[in-house]
Design a protein around this ligand. Structure first.
Ligand code: ADP
Ligand code: MG
Length: 260
């Protein structure tokens, strides 16, 4: 559909050159991409093709050498560090391959922390919301444990709950299932699919062809350029609903997410 409004995410001629001892290394060579709200997109490509660099441009974790990155109309590439941190806290949930939970905090505290930083969720709602999110990712019984006592799959569930803490419109994962067993990886995808169904925009880097076959759009990177950008007509069907659906009741008018 053609509209004058910008897409939810727009990358215009995005370039990234890393300065190395061996000279300049172009990791992204002029990427033009756009993503609409509610899209679930997979990014693939062999190691070193620029997937993480691309993701880091969108999340503002790193800045492009050239070009523009717009998310919800905001120019991410020109924001100050402070503005970037505030914007990221409200707008993006990031999930990493190695979870990156804070080891000295309990699982529940890890999920509450982004709410404390961001201030979007009212203080009285933070603990119940964190518990609700842990229920949603099916580890409520782990709430008061330290991350190191959980399995990899449980830690990734906690990391997803943390990513959802401030109810961001965009979820980004850099190989979030790369360190999980098959069964857990499939469950994580079921959860992403369910979140997409609630209107979240989802961008996931994976090497897993079977999982990628379940989404409508797969982008292949090759040496810092887009090799292919496939809209899939008929993604593989999802298994039966596995009970992920437990929607949060949104009340955007007053900027709060209420729990059902
Ligand atoms: P991918 O995630 O697809 O494996 P990356 O985006 O991490 O690829 O890296 C793309 C290329 O850029 C690789 O050749 C990598 O070695 C290089 N690269 C990534 N980060 C840096 C950096 N900080 N300094 C120099 N080169 C880097
Ligand atoms: Mg990478």
């Amino acid at each position: 559909m053609q509209t004058a409004a910008p897409s939810f995410i727009e990358l215009r001629d995005v370039r990234k050159i890393y300065k190395t001892a061996a000279g300049d290394f172009p990791a992204l060579r002029g990427i033009d991409l756009s993503f609409e709200r509610g899209e679930f997109t997979i990014i693939m490509g062999k190691s070193g093709s620029g997937k993480s660099t691309l993701i880091n441009m969108i999340t503002g974790i790193d800045r492009p050498t050239g070009g523009e990155v717009l998310v919800e109309g905001q120019a991410v590439h020109t924001m100050s560090e402070d503005a970037l941190a505030r914007w990221r806290g409200r707008s993006i949930g990031v999930i990493f391959q190695f979870f990156q939970l804070i080891p000295t905090l309990t699982i529940l505290e890890n999920v509450v922390l982004p709410m404390d930083f961001c201030g979007k969720i009212a203080p009285a709602d933070r603990l119940p919301r964190a518990m609700h999110l842990l229920e949603r990712v099916r580890i409520p019984e782990q709430a008061h444990k330290l991350p190191s006592t959980l399995s990899g799959g449980q830690q990734q569930r906690a990391a997803i709950a943390r990513a959802l803490a401030n109810d961001p419109p965009l979820l980004v994962g850099d190989e979030p299932t790369g360190n999980l067993d098959r069964h857990t990886a499939v469950e994580m995808f079921d959860l992403f699919e369910s979140l997409r169904g609630e209107g979240k925009t989802i961008l996931i880097v994976t090497h897993d062809r079977e999982l990628s076959a379940r989404t409508r759009r797969v982008i292949h990177l090759l040496d810092g350029s887009i090799e292919k950008d496939h809209p899939l007509a008929s993604p593989s069907p999802l298994p039966e609903n596995q009970g992920w659906a437990m929607p949060l009741c949104e009340d955007r008018a007053n900027g709060k997410a209420r729990l059902q």
